[in-house]
Design a protein around this ligand. Structure first.
Ligand code: PEP
Ligand code: MN
Length: 321
């Protein structure tokens, strides 16, 4: 079957489900021979053209929700997952203290940027590899999985060595060469929505991950740029039902970059859980007032523990564990 698909000029992409196997045949029917001929094969139930430009990420290609496993944690399954930690890795003490506190409160994944994409070149750019080593130590000590940002193609292998999930930041959401490099590491990829990215563009950016043989993609809404100034960005929670409808990939909400205000994080989290998000990405710092980046939006360790308690009834009401 795969040989025949290739012979007709398409690239096959196999997705095995419980009841049936779907083979995506990537190519353009306007320039290649039609695949309709395969409908006569005994083992073929039907041949369907997928018209969406985003094919592999679409629900048409894979009807059930896909799950992503990251260092023992499954995102997109029944269990609701929380990724939490500082915006930037600043010191071993800061990360270990935060990691222990968020684990105790119920988070399963530790976040922290070692390479930071800062708007100004004069701002703290991250500790680099030293930061990755601190995250690895936190993983050893707490058992938490690690998510950290990948900024550059050249660092893909290095960051993938330490991370369980590669975060692609909003400023790089359409850096296609970086997306390809991230996909090729084989590590799960969390793709933030670009600052002014349309949902279709976001889905197509995600398509780069799956089209490069990496099925472990999560979309992450982190707010888009609007005219509003009360909040840093406008967190678009409508992306939750939209991504769920359009795609089989998990959707993660980042209320920290989304609102840019620690006092709004709890309410945005509750909304995200109620609307069917699969996970949250929350910035937590032992002393937000002295944070080296994004101080205004990071919640304290105590604030995070309280937030996790408050989320419990919402998680249960959403039918998650
Ligand atoms: C972050 O998570 O700290 C970050 C830089 O995110 P974004 O790319 O969404 O701005
Ligand atoms: Mn941040």
């Amino acid at each position: 079957m795969l040989k025949e698909i290739k012979r007709l000029g398409y690239r096959p992409h196999v997705m095995r489900g419980v009841a049936r196997t779907v083979i995506g045949a990537i190519g353009d029917e306007r320039t290649h021979r039609t695949l309709e001929v395969l409908a006569s094969w005994r083992q073929v139930e039907s041949v369907m053209p997928v018209q969406k430009r985003h094919k592999l990420v679409s629900r048409e290609a894979h009807q059930t929700n896909s799950t992503v496993a990251a260092g023992g944690v499954v995102i997109g399954g029944r269990k609701f997952q929380v990724m939490a930690g500082p915006c930037s890795v600043e010191s071993e003490k800061q990360v270990l203290t935060t990691a222990e506190a968020v684990r105790k409160a119920g988070a399963t994944i530790l976040r922290g940027g070692a390479f930071k994409p800062r708007t100004s070149p004069y701002e703290f750019q991250g500790l680099g590899e030293k930061g990755l080593k601190i995250l690895a130590k936190a993983r050893r000590e707490t058992g938490l999985s690690i998510i950290t940002e990948l900024l550059s193609e050249q660092q893909a292998e290095l960051v993938a060595e330490y991370a369980d999930i590669l975060q692609i930041g909003t400023r790089n959401a359409q850096n296609f060469q970086l997306l390809i490099a991230a996909a090729r590491t084989g590590k799960p990829v969390l793709l933030k929505r670009g600052l002014s990215m349309k949902i279709e563009e976001w889905l197509l950016a995600g398509e780069y991950i799956l089209a490069n043989e990496n099925p472990n993609l999560m979309f992450c809404e982190r707010g888009v740029r609007t005219f509003e100034t009360y909040t840093r960005n406008t967190l678009d929670l409508s992306t939750i039902p939209i991504i769920k409808k359009e795609s089989h990939c998990p959707i993660v909400i980042d209320p920290s970059q989304g609102a840019g205000r620690a006092d709004l994080v709890s309410a945005m989290c509750k909304g995200a859980v109620a609307m069917g998000a699969d996970a949250l990405l929350i910035e937590v710092h032992p002393n937000p007032a002295e944070a080296w980046s994004d101080g205004a939006q990071q919640v304290t360790l105590e604030g995070f523990a309280k937030l996790m308690e408050e989320l419990k009834p919402f998680i249960a009401a959403a039918g998650r564990d």
